[in-house]
Design a protein around this ligand. Structure first.
Ligand SMILES: Cc1cc2nc3c(=O)[nH]c(=O)nc-3n(C[C@H](O)[C@H](O)[C@H](O)COP(=O)(O)O)c2cc1C
Length: 316
């Protein structure tokens, strides 16, 4: 459906999903997504698509994250930029993709909606999405409010839907890929694991933190505001969680601490305590910083080995 060689997707990541990473993912035979809103304008997004194309002739997509905002970006214009640039697959996340389907469909752009509940996955199918990416509670970013892990959420989605399901949240290696395929998913999508690759355009100190960190090093924040986010557990994340836990506090009490500009400084300068940055529970499974090509070929060969050796052995 999407023209990739391997059943591996790199989910859209704000400030990370730029041409260097996405082209490396495409060249490795997987499907990468640029992050639309990382680009300051729709015109800049068209230029970033062009830059990615100069590095790969394989397919890739664009992520369009639609979140509540007091000052929303011009989503329609970003959608038109995607169409104009000739990209044929979009990963939507956040609000319902429904208003965008009639925009994309006539141009043959397929939509994969990323969601965290069966209710929203069914709605995505109903409004015409080509596939869904199901984010279990392990995921970095916004893992939803229900607290259901991928081990249950993915097969539940497979049971409820007719369109392909991509398993997302907590996947990082060949074992995860085999598990996802066994649960009926068509592919895995990963964020944290791709953040820990040589081509991810973030400071090396952040990558070192991922290698040092364990599965205990993420922090849930915004739970109280019903906009749960999973971030790396640094001093800012712990402070945000502490403020939230006080009775009567509101988002405005933490807004300054969680400002996007502060997070951007972390990624760019490696000042790891300057703001919050997204990371999933799979931080515990990031043991090294390979190139994207090494990572994808390792995942595929480990998966094949598990299927051909361990699983075959169990069935005899
Ligand atoms: C640094 C970072 C930034 C992210 N930014 C976005 C984003 O802008 N939009 C989005 O839909 N998901 C975003 N995500 C979530 C990923 O696309 C993906 O759904 C998630 O990382 C999957 O869980 P995993 O980290 O366990 O692989 C981000 C994840 C990371 C690690």
């Amino acid at each position: 459906m999407f023209g990739m060689e391997h059943p591996i997707v790199q989910g859209g990541m704000q400030l990370v999903s730029r041409a260097e990473l996405v082209a490396a993912v495409a060249n490795a035979g997987a499907l990468g997504f640029l992050s639309a809103l990382t680009q300051p304008t729709p015109e800049a997004l068209v230029a970033e698509v062009r830059r990615t194309r100069s590095m790969t002739d394989k397919p890739f997509g664009v992520n369009l994250t639609i979140l509540p905002s007091r000052n929303p970006p011009p989503y329609e214009e970003y959608a038109r930029a995607i169409i104009e640039s000739g990209v044929k697959v979009v990963e939507t996340a956040g609000y319902s993709p429904e208003p965008f389907i009639p925009v994309f469909e006539p141009s043959g752009v397929k939509v994969i909606h990323k969601c965290t509940s069966i209710k929203h996955a069914k709605k995505a199918q109903q409004v015409g999405c080509a596939a869904v990416s199901i984010d279990g509670f392990e995921a970095a970013g916004h893992p939803g409010e229900d607290g259901i892990g991928s081990l249950v959420l993915v097969p539940r989605a497979v049971d409820e839907l007719d369109i392909p399901v991509i398993a997302c949240g907590g996947f990082s290696d060949g074992r995860g890929l085999v598990a996802a395929l066994a649960m009926g998913a068509e592919a895995v999508s990963m964020g944290t694991r791709f953040l820990g690759t040589r081509e991810a355009p973030v400071h090396d100190k952040l990558k070192e933190k991922l290698v040092e960190g364990s599965e205990l090093d993420t922090q849930l924040i915004f739970r109280k505001f019903k906009n749960t986010a999973r971030v790396f557990k640094n001093s800012v994340a712990v402070e945000v969680a502490e403020i939230e836990s006080r009775p009567g506090t509101e988002f405005t009490d933490v807004a300054e601490l969680v400002a996007g500009e502060r997070g951007a400084v972390v990624l760019e300068t490696g000042d790891m305590e300057h703001g919050i940055w997204w990371a999933g529970v799979s931080t515990g499974l990031v043991y090294d910083i390979p190139s994207v090509a090494e990572l994808v070929s390792r995942i595929v060969s480990d998966a094949e080995k598990i299927i051909n050796e361990r699983l075959r052995g169990l069935s005899q």
